[in-house]
Design a protein around this ligand. Structure first.
Ligand code: ADP
Length: 474
């Protein structure tokens, strides 16, 4: 069994306490994870603080060089990372449409390299006889990153790399459900980055809470649930920490009467069930015009019926298990509520294999707003398909919840789709697509889905504060 350690101040550090990381496909123990104490967190933060002056004083080119070396070193361990990711998270090595662990790992490399290639340069806003005025962007200091269990490696990279390239130092705490790939990454990084620049601690909510209230952490970037985001915001008040909060969503997709169902059914399926539905910006409520409702339900059912759910290590698996039992119970409860309301299950809906936390791909129609499956984020492989006759109803439905991460409109009339899309209350709207993110396009939520954005120049700026430099010329 692979051994894991915390990474603090460039060293592997063992702990007094450990907890087991469970493979959700068969409930076996993948490895023991070291459990950091609050004292060890404090040591990690102190190391990050001590490393900050030298790291932030480097040029972008110097920091980029280190991060590119990190990408190469991670790439050299591809197979080990991908297998470990499948074991701790459950997602298949390849999976449906090649959107499994290999996809997350490929994204990890792409995001390290493209984010490390970016740079914030001073912006001159006035240069005349009176003065030269420029906006400079300065690193904040120590960034605390708290990550979830759905894309542990990729989201860790989304947090760490923009923080590091802009000159901050980092303490990251992965989810206690999936800490291993992050610890492995830290172990590789310790031989490349200067001591203390990147520290990895592991533990549950109490370590996350201690980070949120830590006086020497200058910013928290958090991806996770809305209640935890709110708890972090409260405890961050103590030292006016900067925050980026990427919280839950319940994205609506609206399919208009003129949509080309044959062309889009596969894409709607893929973007609803990506990572077994355990994706912040997956399509989670599908509103379909009555003119194409039956056709789309049938096309999606046909796709669903050809899917195999199983152990992600098996080559022919399309979808793995839910990552943990709690999430499986949520999915089961939402399905039960839908059944009690008389909804129709086109496929799935029953647990058939209890070796792991498996739930089959499930499509539910004859369901309306107000059912728990529509109103609450399922974060699993079950999709409600709701019929509408008037697009205004669908827009109202899409906007009626407190969350607002993504949304989509599907139509052959692009102008009409864009005009409807602009009325959706969400941070990203896709036309004829959903859930797609890329390193140069800002991504974030509105309303209870949080604030701040990741990716692109806007994403880098989140890790800096403005210093306006006014040089008088008179
Ligand atoms: P889930 O319940 O699905 O695991 P969370 O949003 O609670 O989702 O977890 C996401 C991350 O937040 C994990 O790394 C978890 O350890 C951490 N976390 C949980 N509770 C707190 C808290 N009170 N403060 C800070 N981080 C927390």
């Amino acid at each position: 069994m692979q051994e894991f350690n915390l990474i603090i101040d460039g060293e592997k550090v063992s702990t007094n306490d450990y907890f087991d990381v469970i493979n959700p496909a068969d409930k076996s123990v993948v490895a023991r994870c070291p459990k950091a104490s609050v004292e060890q967190l404090n040591t990690a933060v102190a190391a990050a603080k001590a490393a900050f002056p030298a790291w932030s004083a480097l040029t972008y080119a110097e920091r980029r060089d280190k991060l590119m070396q990190l990408a190469d070193a991670v790439e050299a361990k591809s197979e080990a990372f991908i297998t470990l990711l499948t074991k701790e998270q459950g997602k298949p090595i390849n999976g449906f449409a090649d959107l499994g662990a290999g996809f997350e790992f490929g994204g990890t490399l792409a995001w390290i390299r493209s984010t490390a290639s970016m740079e914030l340069t001073p912006e001159t806003i006035q240069d005349n006889d009176a003065a030269h005025i420029a906006i400079h962007r300065k690193a904040l200091g120590v960034v605390g990153s708290i990550t979830p269990w759905n894309y542990p490696l990729l989201i860790g990279i989304w947090h760490m790399i923009p923080a590091l390239i802009t000159g901050n130092t980092v303490v990251i705490k992965p989810s206690e459900m999936t800490p291993l790939t992050t610890l492995f990454l830290g172990e590789i990084a310790k031989d490349i980055l200067p001591k203390g620049v990147l520290n990895v601690v592991a533990g549950a909510g109490e370590i996350g809470g201690a980070m949120s209230s830590h006086k020497d952490i200058d910013k928290i970037i958090f991806t996770g649930s809305t209640p935890t985001g709110k708890a972090i915001m409260k405890s961050a008040a103590e030292n006016l920490k900067r925050l980026t909060l990427e919280l839950g969503g319940n994205d609506a997709g609206i399919v208009l009467a003129d949509a080309d169902i044959e062309a889009i059914a596969g894409k709607i399926f893929a973007t609803s069930f990506i990572n077994n539905g355990q994706t912040c910006a997956a399509l989670k409520r599908l509103y379909v015009h009555e003119a194409v409702y039956e056709q789309l339900c049938e096309a999606m059912t046909n796709i669903a019926n050809s899917m195999k759910t199983g152990n992600g290590l098996d080559a022919d698996t399309d979808f793995g298990p839910l990552q943990n039992e709690k999430q499986l119970e949520i999915v089961k409860a939402l399905a039960q509520d839908a059944k009690e309301r008389g909804a129709n299950f086109l496929c799935g809906g029953e647990v058939v294999d209890e070796t792991g936390y498996f739930y089959p791909i499930t499509l539910v129609n004859n369901i309306q707003d107000g059912a728990r499956l529509v109103d609450e984020e399922q974060f699993g492989p079950i999709l409600p398909i709701i019929k509408f006759s008037d697009v205004e109803e669908a827009i109202t439905s899409a906007n009626r919840l407190s969350v607002g991460l993504g949304g989509s409109v599907w139509s052959t009339d692009i102008e009409k789709a864009q005009s409807i899309g602009s009325r959706l209350e969400c941070g990203t709207v896709w036309i004829n697509n959903h859930a797609m993110v890329q390193p140069d396009a800002p991504f974030g939520g509105v309303k209870d889905s949080g604030f701040g954005v990741a990716f692109g120049e806007a994403g880098l700026k989140e890790f800096t504060s403005i210093q306006t430099m006014q040089t008088s010329k008179s």
